[in-house]
Design a protein around this ligand. Structure first.
Ligand SMILES: [Ca+2]
Ligand SMILES: [Ca+2]
Length: 490
């Protein structure tokens, strides 16, 4: 493994505090003192590497994401803190690792967890630094936002501080529950022809963000968050997006291998029961489900393009940082899974791209191992706002924005459940489960992680080096939250 500098937490805090001195923006500008940059914060739910940025599937069509990426820097080896919406987003919004907070699964409570509840959440951080903070759609995990967080740190939220996703009402469905009514969340299909994207919750979120940016009345500096829900299931989009991916042209995932799990320890199956692939295959829905994911991703791509274009046409364009991220990846059958909730590359790899006026150069990529935990300290550094003390565990990515080859951590960590860890370096993925069983993959010749090398004595030193990256503290599971029952579809 490449020998790179590891940054300890105390050193990291010192670096972060140092980095929070006068930012590039904190200077006289047309007579305005200390003009801080605005932040456009775009979240996409369950978007894996099936796009033109990360090139995980050549079938994907994402011209707007590709164009946005070409304007700034793409982190091609970025991973989530946890491969599930709730703990991934809690980690992003607090800057605290799941292994430090005990927040591991979707039902882990945020506000009943004293470590997270006492943290300065990212919107609160910006509000406390005199930013106008607004948002729409899914930025936090829905349970957390709607029932627990309730708009904490936001001056305005669309549709409201107790409802993150705009209503699904008004959508008309053509699909007839393709798995035969088995699960309403495992549903996909086109909307009826008289329904446009404006009726889709994500269309409403994008339209709200667009109107804010073009309305020209945002108080500066601002933090504007737009949380896009697709391609999270259920996958609904207008017919025109499905038409871009004819069913007869759909290819099954390149990374799928029959019997791939034969060399994998049994512990992986304990993390999340996942019967979907079996059901999808037995009902002849594998290709239609992939078509729906690609179609919804294409719709998301249009909506991201709409928001970015609005920014470019606004008076804020020259002084606004764009950060776009997805909360984790997604399996489409690889390793026998349909969904997230794993410590393999398919579920941990995420999109993370930045356009930072005056800092990023167009067309940069960086393959250093980074994490969504790094978003909070990076935003603190880029805006020149002092980060909360003794809270943030990520690293300042502006170092890599200036030099993508800069010395960096050897690896980054994803956690799913108590003491289950996936560690990714530039070359290897190491997984260790709570029971001590292991996996090791070499990405130089095994992109799809087919061959588990953990029992090969030749790799003993590699495993030892990867184990050094594991957190030293493993917080027991935090309290879980009982989600109130909701009716309606989906
Ligand atoms: Ca998600
Ligand atoms: Ca295998």
């Amino acid at each position: 493994m490449k020998a790179t500098r590891r940054i300890s937490i105390p050193l990291l805090l010192a670096l972060t505090v140092f980095a929070a001195g006068p930012s590039i923006y904190a200077q006289e500008d047309d007579g305005q003192k200390n003009r801080k940059p605005n932040v456009l914060f775009i979240a996409i739910d369950d978007l894996n590497d099936w796009n033109g940025i990360l090139k995980g599937n050549p079938q994907a069509q994402t011209p707007h994401l590709d164009r946005l990426a070409s304007k700034g820097i793409v982190f091609t080896n970025a991973h989530c803190a946890a491969p599930a919406c709730g703990p991934s987003r809690s980690a992003i919004m607090s800057g605290i690792r799941p292994s430090t907070s005990g927040n591991y699964i979707n039902k882990s409570s945020l506000t009943h967890n004293p470590i997270l509840n006492d943290s300065v959440l990212l919107p609160e951080f910006f509000q406390g630094n005199d930013y106008f903070v607004c948002g729409a759609g899914k930025l936090f995990h829905g349970y957390h936002f709607n029932y627990e967080v309730k708009g904490r740190g936001f001056d305005e939220y669309y549709p409201s501080k107790t409802q993150d996703l705009p209503s699904w009402e008004g959508l008309k469905f053509s699909s007839k529950l393709p798995l035969g009514g088995w699960s309403r969340t495992a549903d996909w299909g086109p909307l009826r022809s008289d329904v446009t994207v404006d009726a889709h919750p994500d269309g409403k979120t994008a339209n709200w963000a667009t109107s804010q940016l073009l309305g020209g009345e945002l108080k500066e500096p601002f933090f504007l968050g737009a949380g896009i829900f697709q391609p999270h299931l259920p996958n609904y989009a207008p017919q025109k997006y499905f038409d871009r991916f004819p069913l007869e042209d759909i290819k099954l995932p390149e990374g799928y291998l029959e019997n791939d799990l034969d060399d994998v320890p049994a512990a992986h199956a304990k993390m999340a029961h996942n019967p979907w692939l079996t059901r999808i295959r037995s009902t002849g829905q594998w290709k239609p489900a992939i078509q729906a994911y690609l179609a919804c991703t294409a719709m998301v791509d249009d909506l991201v393009g709409q928001i970015v274009e609005a920014l470019e046409n606004s008076k804020y364009a020259e002084n606004t940082i764009i950060v776009l991220w997805s909360d984790h990846g997604f399996h489409h059958g690889e390793k026998g899974r349909w969904g997230k909730y794993s410590l393999w590359e398919r579920a941990t790899r995420v999109n993370l791209l930045w356009v930072v006026p005056g800092v990023t150069q167009p067309g940069l990529t960086c393959g250093r191992p980074v994490n969504l935990l790094d978003i909070y300290p990076t935003l603190a550094s880029l805006t020149g706002c002092a980060p909360p003390k003794n809270q943030l565990e990520g690293n300042d990515l502006s170092i890599l924005m200036k030099d993508p080859e800069a010395d960096w951590n050897a690896a980054t960590v994803t956690t799913f459940g108590y003491k289950n860890y996936g560690v990714r370096s530039e070359r290897y993925r190491y997984i260790v489960y709570a029971d001590g069983s292991e996996e090791l993959y070499d990405h130089t010749n095994d992109r799809w992680e087919w061959q588990n090398l953990a029992k090969n004595p030749k790799f003993a030193e590699v495993k030892k080096a990867m184990r050094k990256e594991l957190p030293s503290h493993h917080e027991p599971n935090g309290v879980t939250y009982q989600v109130p029952k909701r009716g309606g579809r989906p």
